[in-house]
Design a protein. Structure first.
Length: 126
C-alpha cells in the first residue's frame, strides 16, 4: 500500500468516527422529535423547529458526511449546531462541560473547508 492510500484511509476513518459520534447523539434527538418531547429554544424560533433543525444537523447531515456525499454542504448545519451548543447553550458553563461541542465544532468545520478528501461513497477500497 502506498503512503498516500494509507493517509486517505486514515482521514476517512477520522471523518467516519467524528460523524458517527454526532449521529449517535442525534439519534436521541430524533427519538425526542418522534415522541413530541420538549426541547430548548436557543435561537428563538420555537421548541419544535429548533429540535427539527437539531435532528437535521446532528443525525441526517453526519450520515451524509460519513458517506462523503456533499460533505462541504452537509458540514455547514452540523458546524452551526455545534457552535450554538458550545457558545450559546453551554456558553456560561466551564470548559470541561463544553469541550466536546467545541472539539466537534472544530472537527466538522475542517470538513467544510477541505471536503471529503479522496475516499467517498463512489470509490472502492481495494
Amino acid at each position: 500500500m502506498s503512503n498516500t492510500l494509507l493517509k486517505d484511509i486514515g482521514l476517512a476513518l477520522l471523518r467516519i468516527a467524528a460523524s458517527a459520534m454526532i449521529a449517535v447523539h442525534g439519534y436521541g434527538k430524533l427519538q425526542m422529535l418522534i415522541n413530541g418531547a420538549e426541547f430548548a429554544d436557543p435561537i428563538g424560533i420555537g421548541s419544535t423547529p429548533s429540535l427539527f433543525l437539531a435532528v437535521l444537523a446532528e443525525f441526517v447531515c453526519p450520515i451524509l458526511i460519513i458517506f462523503g456525499f456533499k460533505t462541504r454542504l452537509s458540514a455547514i448545519p452540523t458546524a452551526i449546531t455545534m457552535g450554538v451548543a458550545a457558545f450559546m447553550v453551554h456558553g456560561a458553563d466551564p470548559f470541561q462541560k463544553k469541550r466536546t461541542c467545541t472539539y466537534l465544532f472544530c472537527h466538522i468545520r475542517r470538513y467544510h473547508s477541505l471536503g471529503a478528501w479522496k475516499i467517498q461513497y463512489r470509490q472502492k477500497i481495494i
